[in-house]
Write a protein that binds this ligand. Structure first.
Ligand SMILES: C[S@@+](CC[C@H](N)C(=O)[O-])C[C@H]1O[C@@H](n2cnc3c(N)ncnc32)[C@H](O)[C@@H]1O
Length: 431
């Protein structure tokens, strides 16, 4: 056996698996080095084979290629393509859905403790990752957590065969099925088809399974999604390759959760930052009514165009094309003028990297009475939470939603309120 400093990809050894870490792997230690091991769970003993060595050898990535002592929640992965060396899409197929959610809960708590200095249980009481409603069409799926994904980008081999990429690789694993995909998308005419001349094909199941649209890379049709707002159903057109939640229940659940957190009142002024095609802006516009005002901010031109059309029924809502940081700079209140708050409530739903300290500071300067923050990365949310806490905000609530079963991904919605109306800075230490 080589000494730890000379380990190479392909070396393997037996390890005790410790806690889960953000990213779909668990931490193990061997000969003083840290390994991030996929396809395992805390408390297992496995043979780990090195798949990658981090910059400067600071950490090592590995796959559990043999299970020597299985955990209680281990089960055979339903998908034949999941597992070491297989498709890189699902991290947790080898665990029951309950165990998957327990790991996601643990990751969210750990990220908030480490990056925001917050003990979620002490702050909010029990905070657990909750399942979303299963899509009706997936009712005949053999297992919970399958049949939900409404948007999949298949990579295409040189021979035109659709497949999925291996973990951290450009290699394509040809697949004849994808069990987490929505049943309409798993239809043989999608995956048995050949796509010669394409590098990739996106397949989109729109409007809760009523339309299936394969999208070659050189075309960009639009699809329609429907969400029930308190006043009735609303339609959203979106580019088939543009942003929309991939779990068919997610958009509905998120809108309801955001409205519950911000409790919009008639006549209020709201900001929907990183608005996409206007999902939250529409719900806010309906709630604040004709005397209110909603500004949706989005930088992607196609989303702005769709958003303008989607928000047409609510003249009190408008789309601002541009980057959130730039638009916020324009909205900053003039120095010394603190009479009326410029904005009553803010919803933000940034991409994976989060909003960042500068955007958070500008949002705080607007002194809204409440902020709802929708996040697809708990680490980014925890970092931005740290910024908010240091600016005089407190975390009032957090929902953790399993919007991506079988994968390590998780969606969070956080609810912030000012500690004091003056919004003055308070000390907050991050451990
Ligand atoms: C996670 S999506 C949220 C979309 C929308 N809230 C929804 O639920 O459908 C993030 C959106 O932010 C947009 N975006 C990314 N960076 C941005 C920036 N700096 N300024 C404005 N929009 C941005 C993306 O184009 C994308 O539409």
């Amino acid at each position: 056996m080589r000494p730890a400093t000379q380990w190479r990809v392909g070396d393997s050894f037996d390890v005790e698996v410790g806690d889960v870490a953000h990213g779909g792997h668990c931490v193990a230690r061997h000969e003083g080095r840290v390994l991030f091991v996929r396809h395992t769970a805390p408390g297992e003993r496995v043979t780990a084979r090195i798949t990658g060595i981090g910059k400067g050898g600071r950490f090592v990535q590995a796959d559990a290629v043999q299970v020597l002592r299985p955990g209680e929640q281990r089960r055979p992965a339903p998908c034949p393509y999941a597992g070491p060396g297989g498709c890189g899409g699902c991290d947790f197929q080898h665990l029951t859905p309950v165990a998957q959610r327990a790991l996601k809960t643990r990751v969210v708590h750990e990220q908030f403790a480490r990056l925001a200095g917050l003990d979620l249980t002490a702050e909010l009481g029990q905070t657990r990752c909750e399942p979303l409603p299963e899509p009706e069409e997936a009712a005949d799926s053999a297992e919970e957590g399958l049949g939900w994904r409404t948007r999949v980008e298949f990579a295409v081999t040189e021979g035109g065969v659709p497949g999925l990429r291996r973990h951290r690789s450009r290699d394509i694993v040809p697949v004849s099925d994808c069990l987490i995909a929505h049943p309409a998308l798993r239809a043989p005419d999608v995956l048995a088809r050949r796509y010669p001349g394409s590098d990739a094909v996106d397949v989109v199941v729109a409007d809760s399974g009523r339309a299936v649209v394969p999208v070659p890379t050189d075309a960009s049709p639009s699809v329609t999604e429907t969400v029930r707002l308190p006043g009735g159903p609303a339609s959203f057109s979106v580019a088939a390759r543009g942003f929309w939640q991939v779990h068919p229940a997610a958009a509905q659940v998120l809108v309801e959760e955001v409205l519950e957190m911000v409790q919009p009142r008639a006549g209020e002024r709201a900001l929907d930052l990183y608005s996409g095609v206007g999902l939250f802006a529409a719900a806010l516009a309906e709630a604040v009514g004709p005397a209110g005002r909603v500004t949706a901010v989005e930088s992607e031109p196609a989303a702005v165009e769709h958003g303008r059309a989607n928000l047409a029924p609510w003249p009190q809502a408008r789309m601002r094309a541009g980057r959130v940081d730039r638009v916020l700079r324009e909205l900053r209140p003039a120095r010394g003028r603190r009479s009326r708050r410029p904005v009553d409530l803010v919803v933000l739903d940034p991409p994976r990297v989060g909003a960042g300290a500068a955007v958070i500071a500008d949002v705080s300067t607007l002194r809204p009475r409440v902020i709802a923050y929708v996040a697809c990365d708990p680490a980014a949310l925890a970092r931005d939470t740290a910024s908010l806490l240091s600016l005089g905000w407190r975390l009032r609530g957090l929902r953790v939603l399993d919007a991506f079963p079988m994968t390590h991904h998780v969606e969070c919605v956080a609810h912030f309120e000012p500690v004091r109306e003056t919004g003055t800075t308070r000390e907050h230490r991050i451990s």
